[in-house]
Design a protein around this ligand. Structure first.
Ligand code: ADP
Ligand code: MG
Ligand code: MG
Length: 199
């Protein structure tokens, strides 16, 4: 079973890897964006860890809805509302239980990813975070390590794609040949799950 502490560890592990990888995320956002993805997420996940320390939410759902709210209110870029929606919707789907099973979490995360697709209008193949998140959710039934591998593979597979959503889509064919920054940070988010689970 996964308790509030697991979800807190997920957020702190993600915040730490976003800190470590911020320069790389911003560098990926430079040729096909506005070179702020790393700093956007650093600001957002710093706010997440600060809020989790201050408010100490007691259930998995409350941890994720609080984290989602922080991302929405502190990240100016497109990724803030999208990641915020992902975590808020996932948290809402977990309800008020003190512990959830891995299956319940996988279902909730799918609801979260669906909400991101509804909000942003992207589907797999559009060269966005969805290209890492959908394969991760599909693989989650096989465990967190499998989900991490699927997300990393999905992020790498964005390189040859032409962007059809977000800022990179303004470049048309010139977006081809660059890995999507949001898919890359989504792979960090999913890797954080495996880390929080001790894998
Ligand atoms: P901004 O483009 O506003 O500067 P960021 O640089 O923080 O925002 O985030 C860019 C990332 O957000 C992209 O690499 C992409 O993965 C993701 N993204 C942008 N628009 C969408 C969308 N409509 N649906 C899903 N993901 C999107
Ligand atoms: Mg950007
Ligand atoms: Mg921006």
């Amino acid at each position: 079973m996964l308790d509030a502490d697991f979800f807190r560890r997920w957020m702190t592990a993600t915040a730490a890897s976003v800190d470590r990888e911020a320069e790389r995320l911003t560098a990926l956002d430079s040729p096909i964006g506005d070179a702020d993805h790393g700093s956007n997420l650093q600001r957002g996940f710093n706010a997440v860890t600060a809020a989790l320390e201050k408010e100490a939410p007691r259930t998995p759902g409350a941890v994720l809805t609080l984290a989602g709210r922080q991302l929405i209110s502190t990240v100016g870029g497109a990724s803030g509302p999208l990641y915020g929606t992902l975590l808020r919707r996932t948290g809402k789907a977990l309800g008020e239980a003190g512990e959830v099973s891995e299956d319940q979490f996988a279902q909730a995360l799918r609801a979260g990813v669906d909400a991101v697709m509804t909000l942003g209008g992207a589907t797999p193949g559009d060269k966005t975070m969805i290209d890492a998140l959908v394969p991760a959710v599909d693989a989650l039934g096989d465990g967190f390590t499998a989900a991490r591998a699927a997300a990393e593979e999905g992020a790498l597979a964005t390189t040859p794609l032409q962007a059809r959503k977000g800022r990179a889509s303004y470049l048309g064919e010139r977006s081809i040949g660059h890995q999507d920054p949001g898919a890359t940070s989504s792979a960090l988010l999913i890797a954080g799950l495996a880390e929080a689970h001790g894998e």
